[in-house]
Design a protein around this ligand. Structure first.
Ligand SMILES: NC(=O)c1ccc[n+]([C@@H]2O[C@H](COP(=O)([O-])OP(=O)(O)OC[C@H]3O[C@@H](n4cnc5c(N)ncnc54)[C@H](OP(=O)(O)O)[C@@H]3O)[C@@H](O)[C@H]2O)c1
Length: 195
């Protein structure tokens, strides 16, 4: 496979960072985003491929930051072949999703979770799709089993149901343009290939 340019949002730790390292090891060009400058710098310093890695501070829930990030990546690498809407989290600092339940959670922590998890993938899709059409690329939305199964009073789960729905709606949009699509279970993946 020829090398591609891939943007992964929220990739200074966790699944996003691991995916970024795998792609770099396989020879691809990778752009990662995060909100925390110290975490971003630590990730960039630890990565062994500075020539093929671009790090940007960009809040996935912010339209202008998302627009600027994609513009910057296309200017820097020349094209965008894949965009991964990975940034997402459950509010609260104990058991992964308990802080996001309507019974136990702190409502003041919910807005950034909802905006990152739900609005973030939509903003990324809006700005990335024209670039992905140009390259016959792919848009990947990171969902969760929490977006396929209900759990009691869980707002995080509701945000991931929204991701599942968005992936399906985007698939329908892409199909009307004659673009091949696929949405596997568990993690929502939208292939944005030309048919
Ligand atoms: N881990 C799991 O077991 C699991 C299971 C199912 C689904 N998922 C999903 O997989 C994705 C990644 O999860 P993870 O556990 O790997 O996360 P994580 O380890 O908590 O890492 C989250 C990353 O996203 C960044 N981030 C958070 N909010 C952001 C925002 N608004 N804008 C830009 N960057 C942001 C964080 O950096 P900053 O703090 O610097 O912004 C960090 O780099 C999420 O969508 C999550 O819902 C995870």
């Amino acid at each position: 496979m020829t090398s591609k340019t891939v943007l992964i949002t929220g990739a200074t730790s966790g699944i996003g960072a691991h995916t970024a390292r795998l792609l770099l090891d396989r020879g691809h060009r990778v752009a990662v985003t995060g909100r925390n400058e110290t975490k971003l710098k630590a990730f960039l310093d630890a990565a062994r491929h500075p020539d093929r890695l671009l790090g940007l501070i960009a809040d996935a829930a912010d339209w202008q930051a998302t627009q600027s990030a994609v513009t910057r990546i296309v200017e820097h690498f020349g094209a965008l072949h894949a965009a991964v809407a990975n940034a997402g989290f459950a509010s609260g600092d104990y058991q992964r999703t308990a802080g996001a339940t309507l019974s136990d959670g702190d409502p003041t922590l919910w807005p950034p979770m909802v905006l990152t998890n739900v609005l973030g993938p939509a903003l990324l899709a809006k700005v990335a799709l024209p670039h992905l059409e140009a390259t016959g690329g792919r848009l990947v939305l990171i969902g969760s089993v929490a977006g396929l199964k209900n759990s009691p009073a869980n707002l995080y789960s509701a945000t991931k149901w929204a991701v599942t729905g968005l992936a399906e709606n985007l698939r329908m949009h892409a199909t009307t343009r004659g673009i091949g699509t696929r949405v596997p279970q568990l993690i929502g993946v939208l292939r944005h290939d030309r048919a």
